[in-house]
Design a protein around this ligand. Structure first.
Ligand SMILES: NC(=O)c1ccc[n+]([C@@H]2O[C@H](COP(=O)([O-])OP(=O)(O)OC[C@H]3O[C@@H](n4cnc5c(N)ncnc54)[C@H](OP(=O)(O)O)[C@@H]3O)[C@@H](O)[C@H]2O)c1
Length: 281
């Protein structure tokens, strides 16, 4: 059983830290005494999160960055180190969805979503791992996967594939890095009320009226603060996977055992969607 980690004064880098799960995690970590480095493309939400943290007595620093561009990982980790010292934890959280039928998805669609959800997370986490190994410091690497890293809803195959790739890559890294005192965890939120679904609808050219958040029963929706609290618990007491719904976790296990049952359930989502304005693609 891992010992409880004392977080006070240990810096964390969070990509996508200006909104949703990233911003809520930043606030929770800062309240626990962790200096927080926030990265994202839009300066305004990053700055708003920083101000909220500072007003509550925490420490935060903003690094505007597009995680799909250039040498963002090294630059971000360097900026974090010069502001607060080498990061103890890195949360690769920046990501987006794609709401499109598989047959209508182009290679370009798939490459583009993999760039942000998988390759950017891979680049950041592996760069952080090399630095932690060189410093023999230990640390904690986290990736924001999803419950759909274990099963794919219709119209979200490309998105689910990016999250499954993150999940599997991190599974192997966890075993490789454990002897060096570096924890690796994946986070598997269920539907969370953030900008995610609006952004996904926008890039997919869909109406924002009937996105996944509207099709998800209330019982399976949660606030980003709930995810953030589970992540904070994992930072204190590392676990391989952070789940925020026991029922969905059991559903994922059931999917592996009985795919036919799960397909039946998922077909209901298709029927609901076809009752709405969207058809087919
Ligand atoms: N909401 C859900 O139901 C749900 C469920 C499971 C998993 N997740 C995962 O949770 C993570 C956070 O999503 P969220 O729900 O909190 O939605 P969100 O509020 O839309 O957060 C996504 C964040 O990623 C940042 N981002 C996107 N592309 C970027 C890029 N190229 N470079 C830098 N930053 C980028 C965005 O900031 P900028 O636009 O300013 O760059 C934004 O702050 C994502 O990985 C998502 O896949 C979400």
């Amino acid at each position: 059983m891992p010992r409880r980690v004392q977080l006070d004064g240990k810096p964390i880098v969070i990509t996508g830290g200006g909104s949703g799960i990233g911003a809520a995690t930043a606030s929770a970590c800062a309240a626990a005494g962790m200096p927080v480095v926030l990265a994202g493309r839009r300066i305004e939400p990053l700055e708003a999160t920083r101000q909220t943290i500072v007003a509550a007595g925490g420490k935060a620093h903003v690094v505007p960055a597009d995680v799909t561009q250039g040498d963002h990982a090294a630059e971000l980790l360097d900026a974090a180190a010069s502001e607060f010292g080498p990061p103890w934890a890195v949360f690769a959280n920046a990501g987006r969805g794609l709401d499109r039928a598989g047959h209508a998805t182009t290679d370009e669609d798939v490459r583009s979503i993999f760039e942000v959800n998988f390759f950017a997370a891979h680049t950041l986490l592996t760069e952080a791992a090399r630095r932690m190994l060189a410093a023999r410091s230990g640390g904690h690497l986290l990736a924001c996967a999803s419950c759909v890293s274990k099963f794919s809803p219709p119209y979200h195959g490309a998105y689910a594939a990016t999250k499954a790739a993150q999940d599997l890559f991190c599974q192997a890294m966890r075993l490789e890095l454990a002897p060096s005192g570096i924890h690796v965890s994946t986070v598997h939120p269920i539907t969370t009320t953030t900008e995610f679904f609006d952004v996904s609808a926008r890039v997919s050219g869909r109406s924002t009226e009937r996105t996944g958040v509207h099709l998800t029963p209330k019982f399976f929706r949660q606030r980003p603060e709930q995810v953030a609290n589970s992540i904070l618990k994992c930072l204190r007491k590392p676990v391989p996977e952070v789940w925020t719904s026991v029922i969905v976790r059991l559903t994922a296990a059931m999917r592996a055992l009985r795919p036919t049952l799960m397909d039946r359930q998922m077909r209901r989502m298709l029927d609901e969607r076809r009752d709405g304005s969207d058809q087919g693609s």
